[in-house]
Design a protein around this ligand. Structure first.
Ligand SMILES: [Zn+2]
Length: 445
């Protein structure tokens, strides 16, 4: 029986949720959090909201939690801006009146929209700093993580299994991103001292940033994109522990070391132990920040240490479910496993904004899918349109973008010059037009 259940059967979100409302209903977990930080540059910021909002306005039983870490670079402007605006931009990108199943299914797409809008709005502020973002939403037992940059988020389930919930967007560890950024028109290479060897990590040029995705960094170019990697999992009712930490922690601690030094302690003490463990060998070399979140069965106030696994950590899920479906399967996994519901790290908005469950009813038909601005009839540009081909699209062509967000999309995909360069060209064209007008005026005279 066990073998039959494990044989490549997907577990749609609908099945998982239906299980909750039928005979296997699980109570809402207790969510406890703690954080610790040691600052060197003052560019790490956190957001800890155990009640960040309600899926159904006015109904506290539908509240969800948000925990986020912003690790800024070249200043703290982008990190502070993202901390202030990202959650609001996310909530604005989620249509009202959705069922819980629809709300969870639309979250990955809404996160993409919110990250891109926050980046685009911050560019208008014209500051040149940037930030990583690791953004975690906990709705009952479902955990959704959106990430850009190299801060990391891991989950240890109650049975001691470890799951990596974030992406690593350092060029050094992500060959796919090196290829994407190179194809987009930027160069990726190490710092080359005149007459000397190449040194340091792989970086994007111009700019010298060693990350391929971030919010901000307008001086580096549009190939460094804010489109997040998103992963969504569902815990069993035994719960688990989430650790979110900046590279100040992960540069000195492996996932196993972080778990080892904090296992069995309450979340606030655990966060402190991880930060102390990270800075103990070499001292404080970078901003070092850690958030620990315990998702516990109700009224279980402290986590019991999970059984320690022997040997190396295996980062694997019971099964991957690449595409969320609303069909209800008859077969599904045993309920004590962490189930992967969704994962996508594609850089293409045409894929991310329409991913898998592009139900037309989930979009406001007359608003931009990224910035939510109202569109007049015929004003929206299909996210599937290709400026180089102008092909005729069949059926529903949405979701739609406003002119400004469509320009942002094309620039991120290397199809148009970045905004700064485009403005310069517009300026040149304007000068050219002025010269023509002057010549025409002279001829007429
Ligand atoms: Zn827009």
């Amino acid at each position: 029986m066990a073998m039959a259940a494990a044989a490549a059967v997907t577990v749609p979100l609908g099945v998982l949720l239906r299980r909750e409302v039928t005979s296997e209903r699980m109570e809402r977990p207790d969510v406890l959090c703690g954080e610790a930080a040691r600052s060197r540059k003052g560019e790490d910021f956190t957001l800890l909201r155990t009640e960040a909002g309600e899926r159904v306005a006015g109904d506290p039983s539908t509240s969800f939690s948000v925990f986020a870490l912003f690790d800024g670079h070249n200043g703290s402007g982008a990190a502070m801006y993202a901390k202030k605006n990202l959650l609001n931009n996310l909530l604005r990108a989620i249509p009202s009146g959705l069922s819980r199943e629809e709300w969870l299914a639309v979250l990955p797409r809404a996160l993409v929209a919110a990250f891109v809008k926050t980046d685009k709005d911050f560019q208008a502020v014209a500051e040149t700093s940037g930030t990583t973002v690791t953004f975690v939403i906990i709705d009952e037992w479902v955990v959704t993580v959106a990430s850009v940059g190299d801060s990391r988020c891991i989950l240890e389930s109650a049975d001691g299994s470890v799951y990596n919930l974030s992406a690593d967007h350092r060029f050094d560890s992500n060959q796919d991103e090196v290829q994407r950024v190179t194809a987009c028109g930027s160069k990726v290479g190490k710092l080359n001292l005149v007459g000397g060897p190449e040194v340091g990590p792989l970086r994007c040029w111009p700019g010298g940033l060693c990350l391929s995705r971030s919010i901000g960094d307008m001086d580096v170019g549009e190939c460094i994109i804010p489109v997040p990697h998103v992963k969504q999992v569902k815990l069993s009712n035994a719960g688990g522990r989430i650790i979110i930490a900046s590279d100040g922690v992960w540069d000195d601690l492996s996932f196993e070391m972080a778990l080892e030094c904090s296992r069995g302690f309450p979340s606030d003490i655990a966060a402190n132990r991880i930060v102390n463990e990270a800075i103990q060998p070499r001292g404080l070399r970078d901003d070092t920040t850690c958030i620990v979140v315990d998702i516990l069965p109700p009224e279980k106030l402290a986590p019991s240490p999970p059984t320690k696994r022997q040997g190396k950590i295996a980062f694997k899920f019971r099964r991957k479910h690449p595409d969320v479906s609303f069909k209800l399967d008859r077969e599904y996994a045993e309920p004590d496993e962490v189930e992967e519901i969704f994962e996508d790290g594609s850089a293409l908005l045409s894929k991310r904004l329409a991913a898998g469950y592009a139900l037309q009813s989930m979009f406001e038909p007359l608003s931009c899918a990224v910035c939510q601005v109202q569109l007049k009839a015929g004003q929206g540009i299909s996210v599937h349109s290709n400026p180089l081909q102008h092909e005729k699209l069949l059926g529903w062509q949405g979701p739609f973008l406003c002119q400004s967000c469509n320009e942002k999309k094309d620039a991120m995909e290397g199809k148009r010059p970045p905004r700064g360069i485009a403005n310069s060209l517009c300026y040149l064209v304007s000068l050219d037009n002025i010269v023509r007008l002057l010549i025409c005026s002279l001829i007429l005279i």
